[in-house]
Design a protein around this ligand. Structure first.
Ligand SMILES: Cc1ncc(COP(=O)(O)O)c(C=O)c1O
Length: 470
């Protein structure tokens, strides 16, 4: 190594900063404390003509972002659906950038291509997806929906004698998408694929947020002349509820519909002996979407798509060019992915699965679900709090009631938002709101590998204090 090896000072400094950051997560505010103005003032520098020393850049980056980062890597972050990173996955992610492989083709990085092959097989085994399914490691669940529904579009239109890749959608038989509860990423995938939001038929769901088989059958009967996609849910964003796959998928298949499951976090209950039954029948679907950056706890940029019809998956995305080096004996990722050049995101997934193992994943899932329930019950028992949904898995909701006599729903909503703000301001825990069944609620979403009983106690205590301040 040459004495002026340029990477050493900056990487050593970065390790130090990273360790200091992670070590302080337990004692610094989970909420951001810097204002927009402060962050803009610090980060907007004039574009310089000359370059800057790399150590100085990293030091300043750390200083300038202070108070502008959320503690989402830590154990008391309960907003949206956000996982942290297990140590091996974080380290592997650093190596991913260090190795800087283009993971579009086997020829660009043989080791990364094989790692992805292994990840695909491990993930299918963990999530109970048939071994024969094809897969792609994409940026997140959003692009997973795009990949899966792109395969569905190919498959359904080919069955109607229409080659969508060549002819496009003008003049194609219109595809109908039938759903119960759904996440907005499904709508965006439908928009990007040119199917149009007007193609969606949203159906009413029961008290548990599930689509009923009779309701589904009625809609499929109505649209039986059209190619149909049925989009089901494994884990609703607010309640964590699962559709009943055992009942619904056979109904959809009677009508030759394609069944897609959005399991951004829910698919991960499969290895759990307590919650795994919620996934019963999911193996019958035609495609599945999930994330690594949520419940597997790998760093961001990690979603997974699985398709039960590999030929349709490949036909919808495959592209070859003479300047590329294709390998028919290996897996060229761009044959299955919407991206061309891309990062070797399989490396962090590989490391996370190895660190946790099947039992470790199941333990984390069960612990997170238990903690979610205890937080809901603990906060729900505080004066003026009302439990809206006790978690069946890791998602729950409470709201906070305005104590004035004859308070309206509007006042309860305002009180709820105020209490959420007050909890976040205290800095021990971080939550966000949602509107569920017309009522403003605070969501409790537990996805971090580190969250434990001590976090639950600290969170409930902090909420108790916040109630006196709001
Ligand atoms: C059920 C569901 N589907 C899809 C998504 C989107 O996932 P991503 O942000 O990885 O695209 C989310 C995110 O919270 C989700 O909860």
């Amino acid at each position: 190594m040459t004495p002026d090896f340029p990477y050493r000072p900056v990487l050593e400094k970065t390790v130090q900063h990273a360790l200091e950051y992670l070590d302080a997560l337990d004692t610094t505010s989970v909420d951001a404390t810097a204002t927009k103005e402060e962050l803009r003032k610090r980060l907007y520098r004039p574009l310089s003509d000359s370059g800057v020393d790399s150590v100085q850049i990293i030091d300043e980056l750390v200083k300038d972002t202070q108070g502008g980062l959320l503690g989402s890597a830590g154990s008391r972050f309960y907003a949206w659906v956000i996982g942290g990173s297990v140590p091996a996955a974080l380290a592997a992610d650093w190596l991913t950038s260090t190795w800087d492989q283009n993971s579009g083709l086997y020829a660009c990085s043989p080791a990364e291509a094989i790692i992805e092959e292994v990840c695909g097989e491990w993930l299918k085994e963990l999530l109970g997806i048939p071994k024969t399914a094809s897969f792609a490691l994409v940026t997140g669940c959003q692009m997973s929906h795009f990949t899966c529904l792109g395969a569905a579009r190919h498959h359904l239109l080919a069955a109607h004698g229409w080659n969508v890749e060549n002819k496009g959608l003008f003049g194609a038989p219109p595809i109908r998408i039938i759903t119960g509860e759904r996440h907005g990423t499904l709508d965006r995938a439908i928009r990007m694929l040119g199917l149009g939001l007007d193609s969606i038929t949203p159906l009413p769901v029961n008290q548990s947020g599930q689509l009923e088989p009779e309701t589904l059958a009625g809609a499929l009967e109505k649209y039986k002349a059209q190619p149909c996609i049925v989009a089901l849910q494994a884990g609703d964003i607010n309640t964590g509820s699962f559709d009943d796959f055992t009942k619904l998928i056979p109904v959809a298949h009677t009508y030759k519909a394609w069944v897609h499951i959005d399991g951004a976090f829910g698919l991960w209950v499969r290895p759990s002996s307590i919650h795994g039954h919620l996934m019963n029948g999911a193996e019958l679907a035609d495609s599945w979407s999930t994330d690594g950056h949520k419940w597997l706890n790998v760093p961001y940029d990690s979603g997974y798509a699985f398709v039960a019809h590999p030929d349709s998956h490949r036909a919808s995305l495959s592209h070859r060019a003479s300047y590329l080096t294709h390998d028919d004996q290996a897996r060229d990722q761009m044959e299955w992915n919407p991206e061309w050049s891309r990062r070797g995101r399989g490396i962090a997934t590989y490391a996370a699965i190895r660190q946790l193992g099947r039992a470790g994943i199941a333990e984390m899932i069960d612990r997170n679900c238990r903690c979610a329930k205890e937080i809901v019950l603990g906060i729900g028992a505080l004066p003026g709090a009302q439990i809206m949904h006790v978690p069946t898995i890791n998602q729950g909701m409470v709201r906070f009631l305005d104590s004035s006599p004859n308070a309206t729903d509007e006042q309860h909503s305002q009180r709820t938002d105020k209490v959420v703000e007050a909890i976040n301001r205290l800095g021990d825990a971080f939550f966000t709101g949602t509107t569920w069944q017309g009522k403003r609620c605070m969501r409790i979403s537990v996805c971090n590998w580190q969250t434990d009983d001590a976090d639950v106690a600290r969170t409930v205590e902090s909420a108790k204090r916040a109630l006196t301040l709001a």
